[in-house]
Design a protein around this ligand. Structure first.
Ligand SMILES: Cc1cc2nc3c(=O)[nH]c(=O)nc-3n(C[C@H](O)[C@H](O)[C@H](O)COP(=O)(O)O)c2cc1C
Length: 329
């Protein structure tokens, strides 16, 4: 019996430790190594709307404005095809070679021609589609309601355009978090990934330039995800995958106890190599032995807020006690 067997988004997985979309899931050599390390599923590197647009732009910049209208259309389609064909080529090879489920990942911020690519990915054999959705809420004209409507439109249309399971990977910038998750679940997604961790900027004081922040997370960044999985997973009729800051079997265990069906690994694999997945797998089994759990279902969701004798503990968010010595509210 495989004690780590689980199901996520309607798919049977041999392990809840899955490979998040990253440079490690962008080539066959790493994908094979991840499978050999016991990973339960892989999410291919996203195809980015932005990337396609900039490729289109680069091609179009070579043309003089107003001239060659037909050529503009040609170059735009050519650029789109370059990124998308490469990703579909990888998907095809991954499906031929790997036995674990392969998720394709699309990043989109607008209603666009994404749906046709989703369909193509399905035709090539993707087991599921992960929508990597993020709109930076930096435009003062956009209200939360406007932004949420945009998210939901993209999700709904994608769900309608394919028959494979659709999951959505979100960031943590939502005002009405649990309400929005309920709305997203209502659109027919089979999985919700909380949370993506985005490219951040930093300032270089000497040059006074904007520079990239450290790309990889650290092991103490899992707490925001843990709280929101614990608050949402048991309440909503959708599977949750936990992401960000998952570096150890202990953290994976906590996420599953909070209600996640799977966890996604990225930084730990990039820092320590794909062998980290193998180590985490055996450490998770050892932890289950120590706790007396035969399978994941023995403890999945056991520490969700809904099952807690003290639900208010999950909602504490101020350090009142440290300041006043009184009980936190
Ligand atoms: C270099 C790099 C590239 C990434 N590329 C993608 C991507 O293409 N699509 C995506 O959904 N997430 C992408 N991510 C985010 C990861 O999948 C993951 O959600 C995030 O890094 C948080 O997990 P971690 O703390 O284990 O790194 C990327 C992360 C890194 C560090």
């Amino acid at each position: 019996m495989n004690r780590l067997e689980c199901s996520y988004a309607g798919l049977k997985l041999r392990s809840p430790l899955t490979a998040a979309s990253s440079p490690l899931t962008a080539d066959m050599a790493h994908l094979k190594a991840l499978e050999e390390a016991g990973i339960g599923a892989v999410v291919l590197k996203s195809v980015f709307e932005e990337q396609i647009e900039s490729e289109s732009k680069a091609a179009l910049d070579g043309l003089s404005a107003g001239e060659f209208a037909d050529a503009s259309v040609y170059f735009e389609n050519f650029a789109k095809n370059t990124a998308v064909d490469a990703s579909l080529g990888l998907l095809e090879e991954a499906k031929k070679t790997l036995s674990v489920p392969v998720f394709v990942s699309l990043n989109c911020v607008r209603d666009g021609s994404w749906y046709e690519y989703a369909k193509r990915a399905e035709n090539v054999g993707a087991d599921a589609l992960e929508l990597n959705l993020f709109i930076l809420p930096s435009d003062v004209r956009d209200s939360s309601a406007d932004l949420e409507r945009r998210y939901l439109q993209i999700i709904k249309k994608t769900v309608r355009s394919v028959s494979i399971p659709v999951c959505v990977k979100l960031g943590s910038y939502f005002t009405g978090m649990t309400h929005f998750l309920k709305e997203a679940a209502g659109c027919g997604v089979k999985g919700i990934v909380l949370f993506n961790r985005y490219y951040n900027i930093d300032f270089d004081i000497d040059s006074e330039n904007v520079v990239p922040a450290a790309p990889l997370s650290s092991p103490d960044e899992y707490l925001t995800t843990l709280r929101w999985i614990a608050l949402s997973a048991a309440e909503l009729p959708v599977d949750f995958a936990a992401a960000t800051g998952i570096y150890s079997a202990e953290t994976a265990f906590k996420m599953i106890a909070a209600g996640a069906k799977t966890v996604q690994l990225c930084s730990v694999l990039m820092k320590d190599g794909v062998a980290a997945a193998e180590r985490m797998r055996s450490e998770l089994l050892a932890l289950m032995d120590r706790k007396g759990y035969a399978s994941l279902s023995d403890f999945c969701g056991k520490m969700a807020q809904e099952r807690s004798a003290d639900p208010s503990a999950y909602e504490r968010h101020q350090y009142i006690r440290f300041l006043t010595g009184s009980e936190q509210k």
